[in-house]
Design a protein around this ligand. Structure first.
Ligand SMILES: Cc1cc2nc3c(=O)[nH]c(=O)nc-3n(C[C@H](O)[C@H](O)[C@H](O)COP(=O)(O)OP(=O)(O)OC[C@H]3O[C@@H](n4cnc5c(N)ncnc54)[C@H](O)[C@@H]3O)c2cc1C
Length: 411
């Protein structure tokens, strides 16, 4: 292979996008190396097999990074959301449809496999050479370019390399943290990694009897003067808690154990009603209290909360002792979630931490340490909330890295 080649490592969301834009821009050969036999496996399992391709509104302020949030926004802005939507609809021929209740965009056919196939096809059409079942074992500067060692011992060289090898989440999809190791070995700062957007667990599983119960809630994780808030679906599982709201707040829980060594308290507000509204309803209620709560919450959860408050099923609302009423209202509006751990990388949708954003040029995502090496996707220190924001990051960073590698442009 000639030294003028561009090698993209990893055919996930960001690597496929990088290969598409590197090929579009370059007169050079673009080779995409992928360790699994098919690539794009996270795309396939995303959005419950429907692939939530993008959000309908950008929310850079909801992204999480240990690096500079300003740099993160700069990087994300490089490919505005409306242009990304146009790319999917016009270049990939994939009409995106809004799911109004969640604000998520899905392909019209609701098939994640179609998203993957169209990305693969466009990469090929633009001239990229896709090689599957090829794992890169090592990577380092060599002459004026890059030298790669493959898992079978063979070697390759390249003028530029795009590292799109993902993070540590759901290793069965091919991403096992190799990119972090390489980045570290090449002298980059890799911010401490942790599972994010992952279900929480409770040991003992005190709410296992509620497994399958789901409802919309508001979660709050206070931290000094600041707090993280997440609204959305909440699901009781056999092991603990899941659903979009739990996933969105899980990083505060995971980080509290990992970084601080102290468990972060998470409070649940089960309905839109605040304390005074609940108090008023309870005081006016002439029938059993459980029945009133069950008008607003799933019955089994209503029973559980009454039991935890020490309120028997026969107790009539208006006759409830004041201390029990206050305790019940407290559990309804600020319930301390008894989480103890998390389901880790096996279930995490993304990886928190990663290559420090200060060590890449925001426009080209080229390493400030090693010219000719570009990063994109989950390997970088950033992730967004549930709702298509993580693909938005993967597409935006993949395009920036691919374009710059393809044109041979340095910052
Ligand atoms: C269950 C689940 C559902 C999700 N749903 C959504 C959703 O609906 N919307 C959304 O926005 N986000 C979703 N996400 C998150 C989204 O999938 C990721 O943010 C995104 O796929 C990251 O893309 P990436 O290219 O950085 O990494 P990856 O998609 O992980 O791709 C990395 C690729 O690199 C390859 N690779 C790694 N090391 C090597 C090596 N040494 N040599 C060769 N190849 C290598 C891997 O095999 C893999 O194919 C979901 C994630 C999960 C796990």
């Amino acid at each position: 292979m000639s030294d003028q080649s561009i090698v993209v490592i990893g055919a996930g969301a960001s690597g496929l996008m990088a290969a598409i834009w590197a090929s579009g821009a370059a007169g050079r050969r673009v080779v995409l190396l992928e360790g699994t036999r098919d690539g794009g496996r996270k795309i396939l399992i995303s959005g419950g097999g429907r692939c939530n391709v993008l959000p309908s509104a950008s929310a850079p302020e909801r992204f999480v990074t240990e690096s500079s949030p300003h740099t993160l926004r700069h990087i994300l802005r490089a490919w505005p959301l409306d242009e990304q939507v146009r790319f999917f609809e016009e270049d990939l021929g994939l009409r995106l449809v809004l799911e109004p209740e969640t604000g998520k965009l899905f392909p019209e056919g609701n098939k994640a496999s179609e998203v993957r196939e169209r990305l693969l096809s466009l990469a090929r059409l633009r001239g990229a050479e896709l090689r599957f079942g090829v794992r890169v074992a090592d990577l380092g500067p060599s002459g004026s370019g890059w030298g790669l060692v493959l898992a079978d011992g063979s070697e390759m060289s390249a003028a530029r390399v795009v590292l799109a090898s993902g993070g540590l989440s759901v290793p069965a999809t091919g991403s096992d943290g190799w990119g972090f190791e390489i980045a570290r070995r090449l002298g980059h700062t890799v911010r401490r990694t942790y599972p994010a957007l992952t279900p929480l667990t409770a040991e003992p599983a005190v709410h296992a009897h509620l497994a399958g119960v789901s409802l919309p809630v508001t979660l709050e994780a206070p931290a000094g003067k600041r707090k993280t808030v997440a609204h959305g679906g909440f699901l009781f599982t056999h092991k603990g808690y899941s659903g979009p709201a739990v996933l969105d707040i899980s990083h505060t829980a995971v980080r509290s154990l990992l970084h601080v060594g102290a468990r972060q308290e998470i409070y649940v507000r089960w309905t839109d009603l605040d304390g005074p509204s609940w108090e008023g309803q309870i005081l006016r209620h002439r029938g059993p209290i459980e029945g009133l709560i069950a008008r607003h919450l799933p019955t089994r959860l209503a029973e559980t909360l009454c039991r935890e408050a020490g309120v028997g099923p026969e107790v009539v609302g208006a006759q409830l002792r004041r201390d029990l009423r206050l305790r019940l209202v407290g559990l309804l509006t600020r319930y301390p979630l008894p989480w103890t751990g998390d389901e880790g990388y096996a279930k995490a949708e993304v990886t928190g931490g990663g290559v420090d954003l200060a060590e890449v040029h925001p426009r080209t995502l080229e390493s400030r340490i090693h010219p000719g090496l570009h990063f994109c996707g989950e390997v970088l220190d950033a992730f967004g909330p549930i709702g298509g924001h993580n693909f938005q990051w993967a597409w935006a960073t993949g395009r920036s890295a691919g374009l710059a590698a393809g044109t041979g442009e340095s910052a």
